[in-house]
Design a protein around this ligand. Structure first.
Ligand SMILES: Nc1ncnc2c1ncn2[C@@H]1O[C@H](COP(=O)(O)OP(=O)(O)OP(=O)(O)O)[C@@H](O)[C@H]1O
Length: 304
């Protein structure tokens, strides 16, 4: 069951160049969907369109199974968001900032203490927002987005500019929200490692195109497919000759001999061949294929 779905979503800020090309997002219900891409990839533009903050030019957006064009108000009533930095009144306390929104959303005043507690700011409710650290401001922004108990939370780079501790806190908060309240979370990031730690599903966008979409597991499978084979032997030049005879291009590196990606049965056959030809094999492993290199592979192969 999908919480959010787009098809053929396109956008151009000027006639000259489209910044989004046929984006088809599929965000499963109760998932944490990491929307990953380098700066300028089109993440913020996409999220703004999903929130109706910009006029959609082409394509369709469906949230909670309803079309955003025709059910905008009722959909957005169940969506919380934080795009760029939170808009806070610095001279007001955390609780006062939320009280303004609490009246707009018409939720009980008791909800303020609840969300402050939820984001770990229970002890700072009477502190001025201006005196908050960046991480605390970000958490207050998330508290504001949570006031009306949204079923879907859309966050644009919520850990941007935070120190490692702040990043860990936000991650823990989002994970807890997802687990304990079933909130679907769509969160953008330019950091692969962060998405890997947080998300259950991933969409990778580059230059306005969705290069990959699937579960974190699927992304990891892609990683295994992209990993080169690292070979350690007692005699590399002998091994290179055997490999060349087998039609395998290899080269030496600090990680030993590096061979192109190949399926496991081929690795086993190669090992047999090396041993039969008198090469002593010390180790066979995988090199590269971390998420960063997957990302580069996808960009290289599909965005050219
Ligand atoms: N208001 C605007 N007017 C014109 N071009 C824009 C505008 N906003 C964004 N762009 C361009 O659209 C492209 C996508 O930008 P967008 O902000 O959506 O990317 P992003 O992935 O969110 O990157 P970042 O993390 O740097 O914000 C970029 O080339 C950007 O320069």
């Amino acid at each position: 069951m999908l919480c959010l779905e787009t098809s053929n979503l396109c956008h151009r800020y000027s006639a000259a160049e489209a910044v989004l090309h046929d984006i088809a997002l599929a965000v499963p219900q109760a998932s944490i969907y990491g929307f990953l891409g380098p700066n300028g990839a089109g993440k913020t533009t996409t999220l703004r369109l999903l929130l109706g903050l910009m006029r959609k030019q082409r394509g369709s957006i469906s949230i909670f199974g309803r079309n955003l064009d025709t059910h905008r108000v009722e959909i957005l009533r169940q969506v919380g968001s934080l795009i760029e930095s939170p808009s806070l009144y610095e001279h007001l306390t955390a609780a006062e900032n939320l009280a303004l929104l609490q009246r707009i959303h018409r939720v009980p005043a008791a909800r303020i203490a609840e969300v402050l507690e939820r984001v770990g700011l229970g002890g700072a409710r009477d502190k001025r927002a201006g005196a908050f650290s960046l991480g605390m401001k970000q958490r207050l922004g998330i508290a504001a987005a949570l006031l009306h108990r949204p079923a879907l939370l859309i966050l644009d780079e919520p850990t941007n500019g935070l120190d490692p501790n702040g990043i860990i806190e936000i991650r823990a908060l989002l994970t807890a929200l997802n687990r304990e309240e079933g909130t679907t979370i769509l969160v953008s990031s330019h950091l692969l490692a962060e998405v890997e730690r947080l998300a259950s599903h991933v969409g990778i966008v580059h230059r306005g195109r969705l290069l990959f979409q699937g579960t974190l597991e699927a992304l990891r499978r892609e990683r295994h497919g992209a990993a080169r084979v690292a070979l350690h032997t007692a005699d590399d030049s002998h091994a290179l000759r055997v490999l060349a005879d087998a039609g395998i291009a290899a080269h030496g590196s600090e990680h030993g001999l590096l061979l192109p990606p190949m399926p496991p049965p081929h690795i086993a056959a190669l090992n047999r061949r090396l041993v039969e030809q008198g090469v002593e094999v010390y180790a066979i492993g995988a090199e590269g294929g971390d998420l960063e290199s997957i990302f580069m592979n996808l960009i290289g192969s599909r965005a050219a």
